[in-house]
Design a protein around this ligand. Structure first.
Ligand SMILES: NC(=O)c1ccc[n+]([C@@H]2O[C@H](COP(=O)([O-])OP(=O)(O)OC[C@H]3O[C@@H](n4cnc5c(N)ncnc54)[C@H](O)[C@@H]3O)[C@@H](O)[C@H]2O)c1
Length: 346
């Protein structure tokens, strides 16, 4: 069934930085990553930093997020969801030691289960960096168990993080991503080389550019959602998680259509089993006291048989990175499997 809506009208109003706003003179592209304290989110953050982008890290506030931020260096604390910055404020208070345009990494912590929190996280990230070129939604939680034993609170927890939060983060990011795609230069000082111009010129410039701060380019605004093999096939015993990831995969397609007229690409990556804290939690919580047996059972389903292994988070990060690059300009509405063929069929 098709939707009667043909997609968003152009010109919905960009609300990025104005001249003089924090970061307005900085031209390195910016990615906001949810779940940045987790395995895949942190790996993605490392990849974008290595590629010369600036990164806004978002996750639940706490030591794990602080550790990733400290590892990547140059933290400017911005506040969302309770105010982490010394000067508080949910819309992007800045620590006294934070130099906005020079910092490569900022933190916009928050619990993304409400629309209000998603709005605050995006606003805080943009207030600190002055722009937004890519949103990577890597926050997520796993659950499994018999359907008839599923508590309503568990359904809400999983759907609120994996689907609702992901959607409202994307919604809040749209005006900023549209600005990134508009061809408008964000720079007051670098008008010769508009790093955000959409179209052939930007693609050519990026292909010629060396990787690193000087060569960092975005392909206009884009969104990369973390779906799963469970978004494109059923996982026995994990109906709630599958419902959330099936929703992610299909809203990715719908948003890609809606946002294409505004130059925003929307894709999903669909990993199989990735060696992260989530997988460790799965094995511990649902392995019946035998986490190694749980892990072996997962690998037994892989077509590689004895040679099967779990995907590494940095392998997923490389695909996420690619999808944000100018070389991926024709790719939108895609659900890209990275699962050793796990979802290719039986
Ligand atoms: N690890 C896998 O095998 C695997 C496979 C397929 C898809 N995925 C998906 O990839 C994404 C990243 O997974 P991962 O393996 O890195 O997991 P992870 O558990 O290492 O990281 C997930 C992060 O999400 C954060 N998070 C959870 N609830 C939150 C909330 N309410 N607000 C803000 N942040 C919240 C967590 O704090 C955590 O840091 C998830 O969407 C996951 O479903 C993972």
């Amino acid at each position: 069934m098709s939707s009667p809506h043909e997609g968003g009208a152009p010109g919905a109003g960009a609300s990025g930085a104005s001249p003089g706003a924090p970061g307005a003179d900085a031209v390195a592209p910016v990615v906001l990553i949810s779940g940045a304290a987790g395995g895949i989110g942190a790996a993605a953050a490392r990849r974008f930093v290595a590629g010369g982008w600036r990164v806004a890290l978002s996750d639940l506030p706490g030591e794990r997020l602080d550790a990733v931020a400290a590892e990547l260096g140059g933290v400017e604390r911005v506040a969302a969801d309770g105010g982490r910055a010394p000067d508080g404020g949910a819309s992007g208070g800045r620590a006294p030691d934070g130099g906005a345009s020079g910092d490569r990494v900022v933190v916009a912590a928050g619990d993304l289960r409400t629309k209000a929190a998603c709005d605050e996280i995006v606003a805080a990230a943009v207030a600190a960096t002055g722009r937004l070129d890519c949103l990577v939604s890597a926050a997520g939680v796993w659950t499994e168990g018999p359907a008839e034993e599923t508590r309503e609170e568990e359904w809400e927890r999983v759907l609120d993080v994996n689907l609702k939060g992901l959607f409202f983060l994307a919604a809040a990011a749209i005006p900023h991503l549209a600005r990134a795609s508009s061809g408008e230069s964000w720079s007051l000082s670098d008008q010769k080389s508009p790093v955000l111009a959409a179209g052939e010129g930007a693609v050519g410039a990026a292909q010629e550019g060396a990787e690193g701060a000087a060569g960092a380019r975005a392909a206009g605004g884009s969104i990369v959602n973390l779906s799963s093999d469970a978004g494109i096939q059923g996982n026995n015993g994990a109906a709630v998680y599958c419902a959330s990831k099936g929703g992610v995969s299909n809203l990715t397609r719908a948003l890609a259509l809606e946002l294409a007229p505004r130059g925003i690409r929307v894709n999903a990556v669909c990993p199989g089993d990735v060696e992260t804290p989530m997988l460790a939690h799965q094995a511990d919580a649902y392995g019946g006291g035998d986490p190694d047996g749980y892990r072996r059972a997962l690998l037994d389903a892989y077509p590689q048989r004895e040679a099967a292994r779990f995907t590494r988070p940095e392998e997923v990060a490389e695909l996420i990175w690619y999808l944000a690059q100018p070389a991926a300009a024709p790719i939108t509405g895609a659900n890209m499997s990275i699962d050793f063929g796990l979802s290719a069929g039986v």
